[in-house]
Design a protein around this ligand. Structure first.
Ligand code: G3P
Length: 248
């Protein structure tokens, strides 16, 4: 849908060092990057400032996570104000690796999302079902539960971009088909319409994540409710440019 600006995020996860980041910044600087697309990359915390300094100004920087307090005795955590202080303007919350490997709950993800929004960051909360949940026909039950926790806390959706990442498609090479992804994106939009408002449903970008590649991005991007991507592995490679420009 052309009313919503295309949004492509690169989630580097726990990958990269200064040398590989130099390479990524070089292909992003070379582009070309369609100016109708918001582009954000999420380096590991310790490379936020380094990446910010090397990236072209059009590419925004996100953290991969944050905490729900401004400062204090929270060893190992970082706050939204720290992210902003080193040039970050976005944060990813509730990535499935945080939910399922680190045990973050719906409630905790929602609290962090709210805190980051209240402190002036754009937020990319992630939702999505596991394979066994899909096979048990629980996909929308799981996503509604994750969305409900978020919607209970979010007052202003202007700076929220929802990422739908089916857990079975992450890093597996198994992409959701354009039809499967569109089906869930449409249902999430519908959920927003019923639960939040028609306006929020219409304006909020819902991006897809899970084995997006240069070779499958254009087909996915044609679907009316797919407003962009959150890319893992392929965001480390020059094909990320192809994904950024997938809408043509
Ligand atoms: O956040 C992006 C992600 O989880 C997808 O990873 O490697 O399957 O593109 P990947």
């Amino acid at each position: 849908n052309m009313d919503r600006k295309f949004f492509v995020g690169g989630n580097w996860k726990m990958n990269g060092d200064k040398a590989t980041i130099d390479g990524i910044c070089a292909f992003l600087s070379k582009g070309p990057i369609n100016s109708d697309t918001d582009v954000v990359v999420a380096p590991p915390y310790c490379y936020l400032q380094y990446s910010k300094d090397k990236l072209p100004a059009t590419v925004k920087v996100a953290a991969q996570n944050c905490y729900k307090e401004k400062e204090g005795a929270f060893t190992g955590e970082i706050s939204p104000s720290m992210i902003k202080d080193v040039g970050g303007t976005w944060v990813i919350t509730g990535h499935s690796e945080r939910r399922h490997t680190m045990g973050e709950t719906d409630e905790f993800v929602a609290e962090k999302t709210k805190f980051a929004l209240d402190n002036g960051l754009g937020v990319i909360p992630c939702v999505g079902e596991k394979l066994e949940e899909r096979e048990a026909d629980q996909t929308m039950a799981v996503i509604s539960r994750q969305m409900k926790a978020l919607a209970d806390k979010i007052k202003d959706w202007t700076h929220v971009v929802i990422a739908y990442e089916p857990v079975w498609a992450i890093g597996t090479g198994k992409t959701a088909s354009p039809e499967q992804a569109q089906d869930i994106h449409e249902k999430i939009r519908d959920w927003l319409k019923k639960t939040v408002s028609a306006d929020v449903a219409k304006k909020t970008r819902i991006i897809y994540g899970g084995s997006v590649k240069g070779s499958n991005a254009a087909e996915l991007a044609k679907k009316p409710d797919i407003d962009g991507f959150l890319v893992g592995g392929a965001s480390l490679k020059p094909e990320f440019i192809e994904i950024i420009n997938a809408r043509g």
